[in-house]
Design a binder for this molecule. Structure first.
Ligand SMILES: Cc1ncc(COP(=O)(O)O)c(C=O)c1O
Length: 368
């Protein structure tokens, strides 16, 4: 099986990147200091990838250049109408020093789906994966080797044409930056508490919920602040029929007492690659898996009756996180704690870090 089987872009010629080395790259001692305690999203590697797109020229001028500020015209469409999409994917260092990423074809395809919804051009998946390799070729030393550490890769694309009319931009930029990431949980995985957002929705029917676009995250910030005010870690959103959608940045999964695993499915939810992988691992273990609507009532009644035995959230950043509490304006439901979330988490991270056989061919080596 080839990686990009059935991909219309398979067989494209690779892009020819111009590489400009960063003469002010962090000295090795400074880099090691950062990698010893990287946190999340605050430190960046020495380089970034940049590819231009225009209606006339298509994708052109692929570059690897020193990481640094981007110059934008104040009329750039992204600053006014939010025509922007992004991805999140990690690079993992294996015990033998090699660097791998996980299912990049899936992120590449999701970036294309997001692009379609936001009227942006689709970057071929092969070139998306090539951009990851190009960055690792110059910044591979930034992939940390500590337990549960990774290099978080952030591809993004935005409308840079200077034009205030409301229409898809004729000039677009694709960038890739990278940020070393520490273990999400220090001292073991802890269950999270979830605030039910009753006043604010994340997405609507026919909206942009399934796309990874900045506006979805901008609209989640106020409800997320409400979650903090109510002493909760994360917020969960409902749709217009009071079905469960997802958290601000993670999908939700329910485990029933007969072993069936159920996850909300609709065209307003981001299709998580972690969720897809976890559900495949569960199927491999013989679990029945269903993607369907799950109402808030089904969740609350299922927990109260003992039909639901575990609830967890999943996404690239935190991998799998048990949900310990669901809190609303007038209720506080403790959630049942089980073993499945953590055992699936361990299986998935073992594959990602090369500690267990990769039966599905999910890993792609980036440094060779
Ligand atoms: C809104 C939202 N849902 C779900 C996910 C999980 O997706 P994935 O597993 O591909 O990271 C993410 C983030 O990454 C997200 O931002």
């Amino acid at each position: 099986m080839t990686l990009l089987e059935n991909d219309p872009d398979a067989g494209l010629e690779p892009l020819e990147f111009t590489v400009t080395r960063n003469l002010a790259a962090a000295p090795a001692a400074r880099r090691d200091e950062i990698l010893a305690n990287p946190g999340f999203g605050t430190h960046f590697t020495d380089h970034m990838v940049d590819i231009c797109w225009s209606v006339r020229g298509g994708w052109h001028r692929p570059r690897v250049q020193p990481y640094g500020p981007i110059t934008l015209d104040p009329a750039a469409a992204v600053l006014h109408y939010g025509q922007e999409i992004f991805e999140g994917i990690k690079a993992y260092r294996h015990a033998d020093g090699s660097v791998h990423t996980f299912r990049p074809d899936q992120n590449g395809r999701r970036l294309q789906r997001s692009a379609r919804r936001l009227a942006l051009p689709e970057l071929p998946v092969e070139w998306f994966i090539q951009s990851l390799r190009e960055l690792i070729a110059v910044d591979g030393d930034w992939v940390p080797s500590g337990a549960d550490q990774s290099l978080y890769l952030r591809p993004f694309m935005f409308a840079k044409e200077a034009f205030l009319g409301v229409r898809p931009a004729n000039k677009v930029a694709y960038y890739l930056i990278a940020s070393p990431a520490g273990a999400y949980f220090t001292g073991g995985v802890k269950p999270v508490s979830i605030w039910l957002s009753e006043d604010y929705a994340r997405a609507g029917k026919g909206g942009t919920g399934a796309a990874k676009t900045g506006g979805n995250y901008a609209s989640s910030l106020l409800p997320q602040a409400e979650a903090y005010e109510n002493e909760c870690d994360q917020v969960v959103f409902l749709d217009q029929d009071r079905n469960v959608e997802e958290l601000g940045g993670m999908n939700v999964v329910f485990v029933y007492k007969d072993g069936t695993i159920v996850t909300p499915q609709s065209d307003s939810i981001l299709e998580g690659i972690t969720r897809d992988s976890i559900l495949q691992l569960a199927r491999d273990r013989g679990h029945k898996v269903e993607g369907r609507a799950v109402s808030l009532d089904e969740w609350r009644q299922g927990v109260a009756s003992g039909d639901i035995v575990e609830v967890f959230a999943c996404g690239t950043a935190a991998v799998v996180t048990p949900i310990g509490v669901l809190k609303g304006r007038d209720f506080f439901d403790e959630q049942p704690v089980g073993e499945l979330a953590l055992s699936l988490r361990e299986e998935l991270t073992d594959i990602q870090y090369g500690r267990r056989e990769d039966k599905h061919g999910w890993l792609v080596r980036l440094d060779a």
